[in-house]
Design a protein around this ligand. Structure first.
Ligand SMILES: Cc1cc2nc3c(=O)[nH]c(=O)nc-3n(C[C@H](O)[C@H](O)[C@H](O)COP(=O)(O)OP(=O)(O)OC[C@H]3O[C@@H](n4cnc5c(N)ncnc54)[C@H](O)[C@@H]3O)c2cc1C
Length: 237
């Protein structure tokens, strides 16, 4: 499907959302799915070529557009999009992926764990639940270095106000002076503190492959069963 760049939205100093116009066509997807993008003729080149996968960070309730959110680190692919004019055309494939809510799962308690850019699927899932007025029972532990690195902070805080069963815990690993919230490394101590009884909970982990592997091991250490953990590894980070 051909899509056109509609808007670039800076989220933090090095994270940007790219919003594409669907040109009046429908793109059916479930919150949490990913999309494959292909550039025709990139203005900048890199060894990974013209294709990338990104999680869809928009929600199906945001009609007429699709969005992804990424760290800008200078690859030719991202640089091309960062400098492209509004209206720039590219191709996306059919949405795919299983990091999604399954039938009946709106009734159980979830724990969403994200590191940095790993927030993208949760933004889609939570935006959708809030817009559809289908409250989700979620504890979210969101790990970042400093408060300036928290992506979608204001939006997530406002969803938490709208959905009382959604608790958002921003955890800083290198908190600045004056930070009154939670801090600490992703480790056994912090997980046991926030999840004293993991029985019956559904765990989701999203982020870089290293973060996801570490987190999975820690969850198993505190007693979470393998079948209650689903993961999304952002290969390439
Ligand atoms: C299922 C799935 C979902 C994904 N969802 C997303 C998503 O929602 N958002 C997203 O951003 N990515 C996502 N990714 C990863 C995405 O596909 C890219 O691989 C990733 O963003 C890296 O992009 P890039 O190759 O353009 O490199 P860039 O990010 O532009 O990096 C350029 C160069 O910097 C290097 N580099 C990497 N990390 C660092 C670092 N910490 N410091 C300095 N240099 C570094 C890289 O090796 C690379 O060569 C997902 C991947 C998968 C498989």
């Amino acid at each position: 499907m051909r899509i056109r760049l509609k808007e670039r939205r800076p989220e933090t100093t090095d994270v940007m959302s790219f919003i594409f116009d669907l040109g009046g066509k429908q793109l059916e997807y479930r919150p949490g799915q990913i999309l494959h993008y292909e550039l025709d003729t990139p203005a900048f080149h890199d060894e990974r070529g013209n294709n990338r996968h990104f999680t869809i960070s928009s929600s199906p309730t945001e009609e007429g557009i699709v969005m992804f959110t990424t760290r800008i680190r200078g690859s030719g692919f991202k640089e091309t999009l960062r400098q492209a004019p509004v209206g720039y055309e590219l191709t996306c494939e059919t949405p795919e992926g299983e990091f999604i809510l399954r039938q009946g799962e709106t009734r159980i308690r979830h724990v969403f764990i994200a590191g940095g850019i790993g927030i993208t699927p949760y933004r889609s899932i939570l935006r959708y639940a809030a817009d559809m007025n289908e409250p989700l029972n979620v504890l979210m532990l969101y790990f970042n270095r400093s408060s300036a690195d928290i992506i979608f902070r204001r939006e997530l805080e406002s969803i938490a106000l709208q959905m009382p069963q959604f608790s958002l815990v921003n955890v800083l690993t290198e908190p600045e002076k004056g930070w009154k919230g939670e801090h600490g490394k992703l480790g056994e101590t912090i997980l046991r503190k926030w999840i004293p009884d993991p029985g019956g909970l559904s765990f989701w982990v999203s982020g870089s492959p290293g973060m996801v592997s570490t987190c999975r091991e820690l969850l198993e250490l505190i007693g979470v069963k393998e079948q209650n953990i689903r993961t999304e590894r952002f290969m390439g980070y």
